[in-house]
Design a protein around this ligand. Structure first.
Ligand code: SAM
Length: 250
């Protein structure tokens, strides 16, 4: 497992509930653009702890399947759905987003949050499109480049955030269109998140921060990765952005 995935798992195990920027407020905006509603069939790619999946089921009375590569995340998510009594409308499966075990045109909406930056985009989006019904929507909320980054930043990010690849929103839009999607819209909410690290610290609270401190003391590899991770956020604040992209399958 790469360093980025290790850090994600550590953050989750210390109490962080969602890892995507903008929280449920931005998720709501994006799913409304995807025309979410009662009885719609939704797939959440990289569902993590299952918070988005459970939230959507409760709020919109849709049906959601969450998929994640990590068995541990799937266990967290199943536990969460059971606690909330949502097992009849939400389920979770441990699968690779590049090879989805679903029939063609079986979902009204395919969503991803903070996950496709870790995937082979051509391969993954071909799968997402295959399983989306004609007229259905694809929504993706990700960290983006606010402007084209200098090569030195790209190299540092690729080195530290192993596997992470993003684009400017304009590039994301072009990519969606190249994959055959129509009515592609992007929303940039970078200005609402001035400091992603601070936002995470606030959500973790004192107890979570103490837990993280202990883990970092014990694991020097994580400590090193976390320091590099933080430094990138600080040094390149003008380049790192946040946004979502919504498109329709024609
Ligand atoms: C940054 S977390 C985001 C989780 C969640 N969507 C959220 O917003 O909190 C990325 C998630 O993608 C999952 N993931 C990474 N590669 C994957 C793959 N190839 N297929 C499915 N899930 C994957 C990770 O296990 C992790 O749970």
């Amino acid at each position: 497992m790469g360093k980025m995935a290790d850090i994600d798992e550590m953050m989750y195990s210390c109490g962080l509930e969602i890892l995507h920027p903008g929280g449920m407020e931005k998720t709501d905006e994006m799913v409304k653009m995807c025309k979410i509603g009662k009885d719609k069939k939704v797939l959440d790619i990289g569902s993590g702890k299952g918070i988005t999946a459970c939230y959507l089921v409760q709020k919109y009375e849709c049906e959601v399947i969450g998929v994640d590569l990590s068995e541990r995340m799937i266990e967290y998510a199943k536990e969460m759905a059971k606690k909330k009594g949502l097992n009849d409308r939400v389920s979770f499966r441990s699968v690779d987003a590049h090879n989805l075990p679903f029939e063609d045109e079986s979902f009204d909406i395919v969503l991803a949050e903070c996950t496709t930056v870790l995937l082979d985009k051509e391969k993954a989006f071909s799968e997402f499109l295959r399983i989306t019904k004609i007229g259905g929507y694809l929504g993706d909320l990700e960290m983006t480049w606010q402007k084209l980054p200098p090569e030195e930043l790209v190299d540092r990010v690729y080195d530290v955030w192993e596997g992470f690849r993003t684009m400017t929103l304009e590039e994301w839009k072009n990519f969606y269109e190249r994959m055959g999607m129509v009515d592609v819209k992007t929303v940039d909410f970078s200005e609402t998140i001035l400091d992603m690290e601070e936002a995470m610290k606030k959500e973790l609270g004192l107890k979570g921060m103490i837990k993280i401190g202990c883990k970092l003391l014990l694991h020097s590899d994580l400590r090193k990765a976390m320091n590099q991770y933080s430094k990138i956020f600080k040094d390149y604040v003008d380049y790192i952005g946040y946004g979502y992209i919504v498109g329709r399958k024609e």
